[in-house]
Every structure is written in structure tokens, then in C-alpha cells.
Unconditional design. Structure first.
Length: 313
């Protein structure tokens, strides 16, 4: 029986990242863009962090862009891929996001850029991240979410039906914003916030998109994928469908990346707390200029000013 938690072949994820590491600089545009957006978000947090972790560091793009990481007293970089970690610079270690080797309360800032979407056990990974944070420590991450590469998924499925008479998993499933928000709460984060960006990148043709995905280490690592090589005929047919269906007036095709941002704090007594039920001082009915009715009682229509009373019959 297959393991329901084994969506991705983590060994294959590591091999893809190892292969991509030497030439990543030619394909890391998305990593650099998201790192800049993470930095923008951290600029709004008016505090300095002493000890930080760059979780899934690739070859150092996030540390280069995020000022809070550069200014921390100590920064640890970690990546599943030894080849990535060697090129990240600084204090870098090889670590699996699903089995973090760090002690509790080790960091007061953990940043992760486009790596958590490859974890099989995202709830477990988030729980480990929260435990590795000191009280009132901040977790900020970006991961690919639903509708990412939806154009590619559609064209690959149609091409495989034509060429092979069936389909196999080729594009990863991605989490929704609602799912991720619930997981942050389950992991014990305070003040959780989840939102998303939609980034559309255009290409001359689908083959250049395939090359970028391979160069980023973002190619298929699904556990249930076919192990045989993808026929060239299938790839070319998918590229034809992609261009025919999505090319714009300039002949370029779009590739959609949905980026989900996670923001949460390790609990601390100094943080904002919800008021106890029933402790409010103002009535909602007054704010809405409506009548307050106890549960189970029919509501009495509110008369507008100057409206005569209903006559009794």
C-alpha cells in the first residue's frame, strides 16, 4: 500500500536541486523576486533579530536580499541539497525541512523562500519551525500555491492523452490559502496571516519554460510519476498546445506562479490577545442602527424617521 503522506519523492527533490545548483544563477529570477518581496514585508517589522535561519537557502539569494537576515548577529543557512548548501556561503548546513535538526528556541527569525511546497508533511514541518522559534519569534515564508503552472498542467495532460492514451502526474499539487492558514493555527502560531501574489512570466515558447523549471530544480518529483523517460513527442505536442492556446498578440506565452505567503509568531504573553466573550462595551445593534432581538424572537421591523405606525385591525 502507498503511504498517503508520501506525495513527493524527497530523494528526487534533492537530486533535482543538486543538479540545478551549479547553474542556478541563470534561472533564479523567481527566487530573487520573492526574496525582495519578503524583505519588503520584514521592513514593516520594527525590531532587530539576533539569531536567524534561512530555511531552504538555495545558493544564498534570500540572505543577499533580506536585510533582517544580513543584520542578524548570527544566521544559519540550511538546504536539503548539499550542492546548494555548499554554494550558499556563511554557516550552511544540510537539513531536511521535514526533520529539522535544530533545538527548541534556537532562533528568533525563520525565513523560507520557495521550498516548503516540496514537503510531504507540511503540518509537521510547520510545527517543527514553531518549536525552533523563541517566544515572540517570527516565521515568514513563501511557497508556491494553487493554480501555479495551471497552463502547463492543462497542456501536458491533453498531450499525454493524445500521445500515450492516458495521463500520469506531472505537475505538483499545491496548497490553497485557506489550507495554509489552518495549518499555521494548528501548528500553534499566534497572529497568523496568509495572503498570496500572482506572478505571470512570459516566454518565447514552452521549451524555454521547461529549461527554467529544470534550472531552478523545480521539475517533477511526484512519488507516483512514471519512471520512464518522457517521450520527446509528448513534450513537443505539449509545447504546440501551449502556444496555440495561450500565446498573446506578441507570440509570447504566459506561465502563472501563485505565491502564498505565511506570517506567524511564536506565542508570547506580550502579544495581542482576543477579549473574553461578553466583555464588549458597545452594542453591535447600536452601531448598525438596528433593533436587538433575543434568539428565537421574531424581529420587529424598524420604522424610518417620519414613517407612521401601522394601523391595528
Amino acid at each position: 500500500m502507498s503511504d498517503p503522506l508520501r506525495i513527493f519523492d524527497r530523494r528526487r527533490v534533492r537530486l533535482h536541486r543538486d543538479r540545478a545548483a551549479p547553474g542556478l544563477a541563470a534561472h533564479d529570477f523567481l527566487l530573487r523576486e520573492i526574496a525582495a518581496r519578503l524583505d519588503d514585508r520584514l521592513q514593516d517589522v520594527k525590531r532587530r533579530f539576533d539569531s536567524a535561519l534561512d530555511l531552504g537557502c538555495h545558493t544564498g539569494q534570500t540572505c543577499t536580499a533580506v536585510e533582517a537576515l544580513r543584520s542578524a548577529d548570527s544566521v544559519v543557512r540550511s538546504d536539503l541539497s548539499p550542492a546548494m548548501a555548499r554554494r550558499a556561503g556563511g554557516c550552511a548546513v544540510v537539513a531536511d525541512e521535514e526533520f529539522l535538526p535544530f533545538a527548541e528556541n534556537a532562533f528568533d527569525l525563520i525565513v523560507s523562500n520557495l521550498t516548503l511546497h516540496w514537503t510531504n508533511d507540511l503540518p509537521g514541518a510547520l510545527l517543527q519551525v514553531r518549536r525552533a522559534l523563541r517566544p515572540d519569534g517570527l516565521f515568514l515564508a513563501a511557497m508556491l500555491g494553487e493554480d501555479t503552472l495551471t497552463e502547463l498542467r492543462e497542456c501536458l495532460m491533453e498531450a499525454e492523452i493524445e500521445v500515450a492514451g492516458g495521463i500520469s502526474p506531472r505537475v505538483s499539487p499545491f496548497a490553497t490559502v485557506r489550507d495554509v492558514g489552518g495549518l499555521l493555527q494548528r501548528a500553534g502560531f499566534s497572529l497568523p496571516v496568509v495572503d498570496r501574489d500572482r506572478i505571470v512570466v512570459t516566454y518565447d515558447n514552452a521549451l524555454k519554460l521547461f529549461a527554467d523549471l529544470r534550472g531552478m530544480g523545480e521539475t517533477n518529483a511526484l512519488a507516483e510519476q512514471r519512471l520512464a523517460f518522457t517521450p520527446r513527442r509528448l513534450v513537443m505536442r505539449a509545447a504546440e498546445l501551449y502556444h496555440a492556446r495561450y500565446a498573446g498578440a506578441d507570440g509570447r506565452i504566459p506561465a502563472t506562479f501563485t505565491v502564498v505567503y505565511l506570517h506567524g509568531w511564536a506565542p508570547h504573553a506580550s502579544q495581542q490577545q482576543p477579549l473574553a466573550p461578553g466583555s464588549g462595551q458597545l452594542r453591535l445593534a447600536n452601531a448598525l442602527q438596528s433593533d436587538e432581538v433575543s434568539a428565537g424572537e421574531p424581529a420587529t421591523p424598524r420604522r424610518a424617521p417620519g414613517q407612521p405606525k401601522d394601523k391595528e385591525t
